[in-house]
Design a protein around this ligand. Structure first.
Ligand SMILES: [Zn+2]
Length: 429
């Protein structure tokens, strides 16, 4: 497979939008069972075009209008915004103040750059399979909390195409949440607090909240392999120093000579012991020995500071905030922003996600005989649609579109179930 070259993007995008982009599923998603037509029509899309030209307030009446416009503009990137009171493309014609964002999915944006102080393998926009575990942990913790603690059912998790993940909570109740409620959900889910100047970013109080206990169980599952093994957080003098700095509150304050000795011993032990698990056990033993009367959760706080999800809360709070659309291309990496099938989360590898050059190349592969048979005849209705289905199935995009289909089927099932329940209720009267 050829490597992606950003310079080839203008040539590849027309092919992608003409033959591969899953417009019908995409429309099925944002139309939400077509309760009111305006729900799709009043939705804002924004496009990033060549040379970072940014066009906001795009909106479309139908799937076919959306298709035609995207195929004409060939956007480098597509963002999705809110459902407004009026059609976004007519916002200039509406009396000022009356054009308002009414609804949007509750969204979460987790970006690897927010973990730079706790990962040693890469920094900034770089990711590798080692630090990707942080995203796996984030998805496990948030997905559980949003389902079990908040009762949401329709969560679409999407790889951003570069260094993070997005979550779209699509339940009708989530889409209607006002700003204050979105902030409250974020507050509930935020544990790591403080900026660059804050050394200790996680402070637990007694008793530990059940949500934190559940989150800790997830972190504990990955901690030893990920943090002690792959990141080797107690492996070097510098990295061990950063961990020990988090214990200052608990141990260093009011220290006596004896403790000073123990501290030095611990550092010497770290240097002599090659087994990362044993180093962690020794640290825990010392913490437990020094446990203060008010109770200390020092080791749990370390684990959470190194592994707990870090949310970009501004993205989640605003109803009118835009977020990169699923199936949009990441212009820098060329990777498609694809839905993640949570049943295979531990095997999800961002480097396996196809680039636009990869799937366009797969299209050039000669048709197999059984594929020839499916070749749509001229004049057949919805030729474009059928052709697109056959086309994407021949590429490595197929399994990600299948994951999207499953998500959409789940939403439709629960919508039909809801309608059935309502009609049963009416029949009872
Ligand atoms: Zn890394």
């Amino acid at each position: 497979m050829s490597d992606y070259d950003p310079a080839s993007l203008p040539d590849l995008l027309p092919l992608y939008y003409r033959r591969l982009f899953p417009f019908s599923q995409y429309y099925r998603w944002l139309n939400y069972g077509g309760v009111t037509k305006s729900y799709f029509q009043n939705r804002e899309f924004s496009f990033t075009l060549k040379d970072d030209v940014y066009v906001r307030y795009q909106s479309f009446s139908t799937q076919s209008e959306l298709e035609k416009e995207i195929q004409k503009m060939n956007p480098y990137k597509i963002d999705i915004g809110a459902v407004y009171s009026h059609r976004p493309n007519q916002h200039n014609t509406v009396k000022s103040g009356s054009f308002q964002a009414l609804e949007k999915e509750l969204v979460f944006d987790i970006d690897m750059t927010d973990y730079d102080d706790v990962r040693s393998c890469c920094s900034a926009a770089d990711i590798c399979s080692k630090c990707w575990t942080l995203m796996t942990i984030a998805i496990r913790i948030l997905d559980r909390a949003l389902r079990e603690d908040f009762g949401f059912r329709h969560l679409l998790w999407v790889y951003s195409g570069r260094r993070g993940v997005h979550c779209w909570v699509c339940d009708a109740s989530a889409r209607k949440l006002p700003v204050a409620a979105r902030s409250a959900v974020c507050e509930y889910l935020s544990l790591v607090k403080g900026g660059e100047d804050t050394v200790k970013k996680v402070q637990l109080t007694d008793p530990i909240h059940p949500f934190i206990k559940e989150s800790l169980a997830v972190v504990e599952h990955y901690f030893s392999r990920y943090a002690l093994g792959e990141q080797d957080i107690l492996g070097s003098k510098e990295s061990a120093g950063r961990v020990l700095a988090l214990l200052q509150d608990d141990i260093l304050l009011n220290q006596c000579d004896l403790e000073q000795n123990q501290w030095k011993e611990l550092l010497l032990y770290f240097q002599s012991e090659s087994n990362a698990g044993k180093r962690w056990e020794r640290l825990k033993a010392l913490v437990n020995q020094k446990r203060s009367k008010r109770g200390s959760h020092a080791e749990k706080e370390i684990m959470l500071q190194y592994c707990y999800p870090r949310l970009d809360v501004n993205v989640s709070k605003g109803v009118n905030h835009l977020l990169k659309s699923p199936f949009s291309v990441h212009p820098k990496t060329g990777r498609i922003s694809v839905p993640i099938d949570l049943r295979e989360l531990d095997r999800f590898d961002p480097f396996d996600v196809p680039t636009i050059s990869c799937i366009c190349e797969e299209l050039d592969r000669p048709l197999r005989p059984e594929e020839e048979l499916q070749e749509p005849r001229d004049g057949e209705r919805e030729v474009g649609e059928k052709r697109r289905i056959r086309d994407y199935k021949r590429t490595s995009l197929a399994k990600y579109i299948r994951a999207f289909d499953l998500f959409l089927d789940g939403m439709e099932r629960s919508r039909k179930g809801e309608l059935l329940r309502k009609s049963d209720l009416q029949n009872d009267f």
